[in-house]
Design a protein around this ligand. Structure first.
Ligand code: NDP
Length: 310
């Protein structure tokens, strides 16, 4: 049987995904019509980006699943018209990209690279960093991305703590969970990496009280979502020296507005939501595998829990 797959994402994504998706579907033995337009009641699957014009799923009466191209689902998970299964993106390219961004920025701060990049101005001053094993790095969120980054940081020798909603076991990583676990996880976080999804439970997680739990001068890396941090509390903690530096990839409003205080703050590094990107070749294989599963009546991979919001 031939399935109809609607590609509901921006035009430039279509240019990037059309060939890889067709190739991946053929490799999985799925016979499919892939297009940007179908009569809604003829659509079997929707490959979806939350910034698509499709916001009302009601007319897609025979659609078996919505397959998100992004890892984050905060802009679609609450859509009341979406009753079909929703799968999010877990992709090799996304994971590897995040490992590279996180380890690079952790090493920057661990090694104090800035002082050398900005120049010592002729002063032969040596500041010897501790070995990685004596540097506490905490990863908040131990999902697809957080656990991969925690493993990579452990592989570099760091003293890694992870925190999540439920219990986890990541080899070599001190895994904590729940409210008490967060306090402990922050207490040793000389460098904290935020890899949580944005949900009602995680919004403003890093508020003034939690920032105060971290060691003085700690560094925050946020490649998760902007609203995990209370912006005003972070600016105040940076000004007081409680937080030494924040490297932020994600923001409440993107692009970050030109007049936002983060741009000019000397202790903030802004990266333009580039920590990790879904790569069309590997992501297409994930989409094709889920379509194959749907057609074989096998469980979909990476389903979102609507109740939890991720
Ligand atoms: P996952 O869903 O695989 O993992 C989420 C993790 O967060 C899980 O460990 C989960 O705990 C934990 N978590 C969720 N809610 C809570 C809570 N209330 N308290 C404690 N822990 C919680 O997501 P991914 O790892 O794939 O992605 C994480 C986020 O990274 C995405 O949601 C997205 O926002 C962001 N992202 C950013 C990118 C960028 O370029 N900047 C690129 C890709 C993703 P448990 O395991 O116990 O359920």
């Amino acid at each position: 049987m031939t399935v109809n797959i609607l590609f509901a994402a921006k035009a430039d994504s279509w240019a990037a995904y059309e060939t890889p998706l067709k190739t991946a579907l053929a490799e999985k033995g799925v016979s499919a019509n892939l297009a940007r337009d179908f009569a809604p009641d003829q659509v079997d699957y929707i490959v979806y980006a939350p910034n698509s014009t499709v916001q009302d799923f009601t007319p897609y009466t025979r659609c078996k699943a919505v397959l998100n191209l992004w890892a984050g689902v905060e802009n679609v998970v609450g859509n009341q018209t979406l009753t079909q299964p929703l799968a999010r993106m877990v992709d090799h390219g996304l994971t590897q990209g995040m490992i590279e961004w996180v380890t690079g920025h952790v090493l920057r701060h661990h090694l104090g690279m800035d002082s050398h990049i900005h120049g010592l101005n002729g002063a032969w001053t040596k500041e010897i960093p501790p070995l990685a094993e004596d540097r506490g790095v905490t990863v908040l969120g131990l999902g697809a991305l957080g656990s991969a980054c925690a493993r990579a940081l452990k592989g570099l020798g760091f003293d890694v703590t992870g925190w999540s909603r439920g219990p986890h076991d990541v080899e070599g990583v001190r895994c904590l969970h729940g409210a008490d676990g967060l306090e402990q996880a922050l207490a040793t976080a000389e460098i904290a990496v935020l890899l949580l999804p944005l949900t009602a439970a995680t919004e403003d997680l890093m508020n003034a009280e939690r920032l105060a739990l971290m060691p003085r001068g700690a560094v925050i890396l946020n490649p998760g979502r902007g609203a995990l941090i209370d912006d005003a509390a972070l600016l105040s903690a940076l000004d007081s020296g409680q937080i030494g530096h924040a490297t932020l990839d994600v923001f409440r409003i993107e692009p970050l507005p030109a007049d936002h205080d983060f741009w000019a703050h000397p202790s903030v590094t802004v990266t333009p939501h580039i920590a990790s990107e879904t790569r069309p070749s590997s992501a297409s294989r994930v989409i094709a595998e889920n379509v194959r599963r749907g057609e074989a009546s096998e469980p979909f991979l990476h389903l979102v829990d609507r109740g939890l919001g991720y």
